[in-house]
Design a protein around this ligand. Sequence first.
Ligand SMILES: [Zn+2]
Length: 198
Amino acid sequence: MAQGSREIEALIELMARLPGLGPRSARRAVLHLVKKRALLLGPLAEAMRIVHETARECVSCGNIGTAELCDICRSEARGNGEICVVQDVADLWAMERTGIFRGRYHVLGGTLSALDAIGPDDLRIPRLAERVAAERVHEVILALGATVDGQTTAHYIAERLAGGPAVTVLAQGVPVGGELDFLDDGTIGAAMRARRSL
Ligand SMILES: [Zn+2]
């Protein structure tokens, strides 16, 4: 195959590591970018540089943003006493896309796992307990995966918060844990509306 140059090949190799892009689509994308240097490649490079320099985790919920507190944690209106607990930032963004949930989030960063020796302190669980008290939370909605580890984590959190806010889970049959993103908004909305006590 005809090669462009070492630099362009290096860019294709990096792009091919992105989720959803293989070597073929990476090559096509890079070719497109190079053809649209002024319109697309320049602005993209600049946007990437800025995000590279500014992206960080929200100190409160673990969402990815560009400030110490993310927009959702900063918003007074979102402090409605509900916290939706998710495994991954992708789940948060998927839920947010639906617009159905008007409270705040808490990103655990994974699930408890005996096999991988992941305990509560390896996740953002202690911080969740702090927030429940500090933000006058009356409902914690657990949107965790239907896996054994996801369920173990849900029950651990429910026990840890016992005597505090109501703890609910999304309707069953929702494959969450970085997978919420693959569901359509209607399904996520229905699961949220049909949540039940744990
Ligand atoms: Zn936040």
